[in-house]
Design a protein around this ligand. Sequence first.
Ligand code: ZN
Length: 444
Amino acid sequence: MVSSLYGELRGYHRWSIRRRVEANQRLSRDELARLNEREFVHHVHRSIARFPFYAERVKGHRGSLPNPGEPVRTEELPVWTRHDQREFFAQQERPGDSMFAHQTSGSTSLPIRFHITRESWEWRNAIVDRAYGFAQAEEGRKSLYVWAADQAKPSLKQRVKHGAHMMLQRRALFDAFQQFGDAEREACIRVINRFKPHAIVGYTGQLVDVARYARDHAGLLTWKAKTLVNAAEGLQPGQRELLQQYLVDEVFLSYGCREFMSIGMECDHHRGYHLNTDNLLVEVVDEEGRPVAPGAEGRIVVTDFHNAATPFIRYEIGDIGVMAPPEEHCPCGRPFPLLKSVDGRLQDMVHTPNGPMSGLYITYTMRQFDDWIEGYQVVQDAKDRVLVRLLTKSEFTPERLAPVEALLKKKLGASMKIEFERATELTRRRSGKVALVISSIEAT
Ligand SMILES: [Zn+2]
């Protein structure tokens, strides 16, 4: 509320966008489908007119450009890959309407950068809030974020601003971007006991660890939150039950990414992810980019309607999914169509002598060497040893590897044996996404 007013006064249209996003929940399914189609065609034409680079790609794929205003079917347009986006970004001058250049981290070894507009920023935040509302974790609800705090050390001004923002929204943060061993699990439980959140939002890997710790230390957890929003990763079999038995009453899966934030979210009927189709078009397509039938598995591609600064049109996110049949209606009555399942977001963990650690750490290290390392993955078969496979343009020398090894040792522990190997190809998951960590070590 306060933040909406502030955003409106600053000229961000925060209040009006939030009202629209809120009102879209009450559209009929047909109205929403028509809105989705209109927004898609609008964004495609805008992108063609604005970006010669994109127009060339469309021409190459379709044979010619559509006339202004002409309806376009999705399969007439190319799938936009990470490589496309990297090439596009490299030649793009900073657009006047760019709020900032965002970049992906996550479990992909090919990071991308992209410009984002203020309008899109406001939309995605409003959408997240609506989606999190399905799980009673919207703004203003007492929520604990078990979350990666920023890597960079924030200034005092940033810290004060962020602190005030968190307080206004009744949010607390437990930094999950550290070694997550027993000490952190216990500390997290103590924060839950003290803060008494209604909702917990976080990464599955860590929260499952916390639930196990609570199970193994009966009586330690004295506050059970109502809901849990699982961000950024899927759940393995049995994990929902574990979380619901030992940590929270009800688990909600959310599906999102850095490029678009919330893509879809479970409601309390847990029939799949309600897709935010007033902000995005989500398609499941085959190898040639043609939509597959509902119920069939395919690659997920996403179009973002409100980010005018980047042609995210049929962007391949690297996951595979299955769409629900259009006639399947969720008893909750929301008009948003359902994505039945998504695969490829399971968490990658590296085991160290000090406990498991998120593979994101490796990503942050490797990013510093992206002038010569194009991809990487970690193969682990013992807790004190890893093999790092590197995709590089040319053969590397020990001199080149030395700083990489030094930084990795800092993260993984001095006793970790680190070997390097040059690879011509990296192992991919079923989703097509490169497996960041291939581990034969069972989680404990
Ligand atoms: Zn529903």
